[in-house]
Design a binder for this molecule. Structure first.
Ligand code: SF4
Length: 375
């Protein structure tokens, strides 16, 4: 049926996939896996009378289990993989001095905008798939061999996203190999709230549950992906040999946090000065790129999020939203980073074991090889 989502990035017709959720959870031939993006956990509560920024991940996991999802994982886990791959790509380009700046690629609203408006800049957009797509590809690969054959089940990956553009991203042709999609379908935070209501679940009465293992373990860096500046902070943290503690991070990353239209900072990585910019909102992005092309500005690394404030204020999040709510939701994510056991993406032991295991000779799973798509 119709839903009330409004896409800020131009994909006007947005399909509500809740009927498909009910269909697959009732089909015993399917292993149904959900991944939940960071920003969902600091906003879903608003649909149930909680304050913006209040973290509800334990209840979200419990709700998804009650709905009939078999395994529930954290998209922040995949964000750790993105950080590692993107850092590597950045350092390679930096050492060659080629194709800089490197733009982030995790926001499909931005990627689509770049394809339409600045196709000549596409070589500068990271080849990394977004965390949603990396996760889907890895899950399908993992279960293809491990369990599917043994149990005769087909794996279905559902993403719970703050974002309407993620639906179009999941449907792009480059994210399907031999008829198997990385991500089968996407529901938004608003649609999850509807599902919970449709199921008759009393949200505030749910007992909290933790993510499943092995893919439920994420670093704090993976979690702050949901706020503007978070990807930059995660990448720089990964690149620094001496990992900063939280009070050092508050000082080091002061310039990359917050809601200014354009944020700039300089970091010293391996004795090299790295100039970064963080922009959010497509109008701000447009202005910035024009200035870069005119030679008025120079950066090595640029983080772009299409939604003002980043994914915490994505088009699939509860509405209305204002600057104060954006700040409160982001605060919820930074709080999770502070209390996380794992401080940097490269310290995530499960990610490390994947890089030694199924990803060892198969890094292709994590990269896009075709930039012109169909969204
Ligand atoms: Fe989606 Fe907006 Fe986040 Fe981009 S910034 S990934 S469009 S929610």
């Amino acid at each position: 049926g119709q839903c009330r989502n409004v896409c800020p990035t131009g994909a006007i017709i947005i399909k509500n996939e809740n009927d498909r959720v009910w269909e697959v959870v009732n089909d015993r031939s399917k292993r149904v896996i959900a991944q939940v993006a960071p920003a969902v956990r600091v906003a879903l509560g608003e649909e149930f009378g909680l304050e913006p920024g209040e973290v509800t991940i334990g209840k979200i996991v419990a709700a998804l289990k009650a709905i009939g999802i078999d395994e529930v994982y954290d998209t922040a886990f995949a964000a750790d993989m993105t950080v590692i791959e993107e850092s590597k790509e950045f350092m390679e380009r930096l050492s060659l001095g080629e194709d800089l700046p490197l733009f982030t690629s995790c926001c499909p609203g931005w990627v689509k905008f770049a394809e339409n408006k600045f196709p000549d800049m596409m070589d500068h957009v990271s080849s990394c798939k977004s965390p949603q797509q990396m996760f889907g590809a890895v899950l399908k690969e993992y279960y293809k061999n491990e369990k599917n054959n043994a149990e005769g089940k087909e794996t279905v990956v559902i993403s719970v996203m703050p974002c309407t553009a993620k639906k179009a991203e999941a449907a792009r042709e480059e994210f399907e190999q031999e008829g198997i999609r990385d991500v089968d379908f996407v529901i938004t935070t608003q649609e999850l709230a509807l599902l919970i209501k449709e199921a008759g679940i009393i949200f505030h009465q749910l007992e909290e549950e933790s993510f499943d293992m092995p893919f439920g373990l994420a670093s704090g860096s993976g979690i702050i992906f949901g706020a503007t500046g978070g990807v930059t902070e995660a990448v720089v943290t990964r690149l620094l040999k001496d990992k900063p503690d939280h009070s050092t991070k508050d000082i080091l990353f002061k310039e990359v946090r917050g809601l200014e239209n354009l944020k700039e900072a300089v970091f010293n990585v391996d004795g090299k000065e790295v100039k970064v910019a963080i922009v959010h909102g497509l109008k701000n992005t447009d202005e910035l790129i024009k200035q870069i092309k005119a030679g008025e500005r120079y950066y090595d690394f640029i983080e772009v999020m299409a939604c003002p404030g980043g994914c915490v204020a994505g088009g699939g999040q509860p509405i209305p939203v204002n600057a104060e709510m954006r700040r409160e939701r982001a605060k919820g994510l930074y709080k999770l980073d502070r209390t996380s056991h794992i401080k940097s993406s490269d310290k995530n032991p499960i990610v490390a074991s994947l890089f030694e295991g199924i990803l060892k000779d198969n890094h292709d799973l994590l990269h896009v090889h075709k930039k012109q798509g169909n969204i």
